[in-house]
Write a protein that binds this ligand. Structure first.
Ligand code: SAM
Ligand code: FES
Length: 456
């Protein structure tokens, strides 16, 4: 029984550069076009579009199969998409010029491909060739560095509506030859297009990397570019067990107003996307006073203030950040409900009588001892039955994953004196030792979860 009228499988098997494959022949553009067209024609509830691995017909790609009929298409291009949708999916007439129904030839090609593939794998194994997966991981910094440099130079904004390498080089005050090399690499990475010597942004780059775009993420991403310098100290940081000053020039970068503004913009990008999840998970019933320790851009307090006019929030952050927080809070028009306090959460009096104290993306900055002490002080500052909420990336019990969280622990090693990612067991035991009861974890969509304890 078929749950859908049509089930389309399109091959998107990535292969090393130079090896024939469906993506190299344009299957990703076909997939995108099909998705758009299917949506536009209202076919979605009766149609399932699935990507699949190699079918052994790579020289004839992009390959696509339409079930339940079992019609095989080859060499499909994005320009064929509307014809396939119109003729085959809407009028049950397959597009014969693209249909491939020579079963014996298809079988022979697929079997030969399989044999060649296995022989190539065996030869590589025998020769001791470094597996592609390892090679890609090792060189992973190259594409990353390319994009970060492009963002630092604001090259996507400089491309504007389209320009040649010389014009772009002039606009970003860069060497013309080098700017062209960078632009060509960005084309190879699929972030820029080039036609007749004119470079243009892809729709994605125009949306996310160009200054005037409402979805521009550049400012927040510049924090990632700043952190790059710290990651280059990882080897020494592992030797010494703490963050390492880079050099006088780079070290100073970490404390400039620009660095701080990028950092808070980066935090805001994540926090804004997660704030509603937090408000929904905790609710606002009976909540009057919230203490937001290290509130950064104030995104979480802003979301609570907007969710209930009864809520009053207090954000405590360091003196360099509070003026930035003020701007975010004013822009959100919630300054009547959100107070700002400048200070140090590790040493300043936290106050008392709060219904919620939250630590969003804070604990990973501190050592075990600092966190334990902070948890004890927070316990004292809560009203009876008040909730203590930690939101962070949480390691599994043997600390080997999730991958992002294990890597983030190293991010904190290179960026802080004592920071790290911690496990649920560690957070729960610190909360228990601080006197919290009914400790539980709330899983949120995305990379971070909540651990909540009650001040009974
Ligand atoms: C990783 S950011 C998280 C910001 C915000 N909670 C969020 O999730 O978007 C850490 C914040 O804690 C602040 N912070 C760091 N150490 C602090 C301290 N000792 N006292 C007060 N705030 C601190 C930083 O200035 C920054 O705003
Ligand atoms: S890569 Fe698509 S069939 Fe082999």
């Amino acid at each position: 029984m078929e749950p859908f009228r049509f089930h389309l499988f399109i091959c998107t098997q990535q292969k090393p550069e130079g090896v024939p494959s469906c993506p190299a022949s344009g299957s990703l553009a076909v997939l995108e076009g099909l998705d758009r067209e299917v949506q536009k024609r209202g076919l979605r509830p009766d149609l399932q579009l699935t990507t699949c691995g190699c079918m052994g017909l790579c020289n004839e790609g992009p390959v696509m199969v339409v079930y339940p009929e079992g019609v095989w298409y080859r060499r499909v291009q994005s320009s064929d998409v509307s014809e396939i949708v119109d003729a085959h999916l809407l009028h049950d007439k397959p597009v014969n010029r693209l249909v491939w129904n020579d079963a014996p030839a298809m079988r022979a090609m697929s079997i030969e491909h399989g044999e060649k593939f296995r022989a190539a794998m065996a030869a590589r194994e025998k020769a001791g060739t470094l597996p592609d997966r390892l090679d890609q991981m090792i060189r992973g910094y190259m594409p990353s560095r390319c994009i970060l440099t492009a963002l630092e130079l604001d090259i996507f904004t400089a491309i504007g509506e389209g320009a040649n390498a010389e014009q772009i080089g002039t606009r970003i005050h860069a060497n013309a030859r080098a700017a062209e090399m960078l632009l060509n690499a960005l084309v190879a990475l699929g972030l820029v297009t080039k036609s007749g010597g004119i470079y243009s942004n892809t729709p994605e780059s125009a949306r996310f990397f160009v200054q005037e775009s409402k979805d521009n993420h550049r400012n927040g991403l510049l924090h990632t570019a700043n952190i790059w310098h710290r990651w280059s100290t990882l080897t020494d940081a592992v030797r010494h067990g703490t963050c390492i000053p880079i050099d006088p020039h780079n070290n100073a970068r970490d404390s400039t107003p620009e660095w701080t503004a990028n950092f808070i913009a980066g935090m805001d990008r994540n926090a804004k996307a997660r704030a509603q999840l937090l408000v929904q998970a905790l609710g606002t019933a009976g909540v009057r006073r919230i203490l937001d320790l290290g509130g950064g851009s104030g995104a979480y307090s802003i979301a609570f203030a907007k969710a209930s006019s009864d809520v009053r929030c207090e954000i405590l952050d360091v003196p360099e950040v509070v003026p930035l927080t003020t701007e975010y809070v004013n822009k959100a028009r919630v300054s009547a409900q959100v107070n700002l306090r400048s200070g140090d959460m590790l040493t300043d009096d936290l106050g008392s009588g709060y219904d919620i104290i939250m630590l969003n993306a804070i604990c990973h900055m501190f050592s075990e001892e600092q966190n334990q002490q902070l948890f004890r002080r927070a316990r004292q500052a809560l009203a009876p039955n008040g909730r203590f909420v930690v939101q962070d990336f949480i390691l599994n019990s043997d600390k080997t994953g999730p991958l992002h969280t294990a890597l983030f622990s190293l991010n904190m090693l290179v960026a802080t004196d004592h920071g790290a990612s911690y496990s649920e067991r560690e957070y729960s035991s610190w909360m228990k030792n601080a006197g919290f009861a009914d400790i539980f974890r709330i899983k949120l969509p995305g990379p971070s979860d909540l651990i909540v304890g009650l001040a009974k």
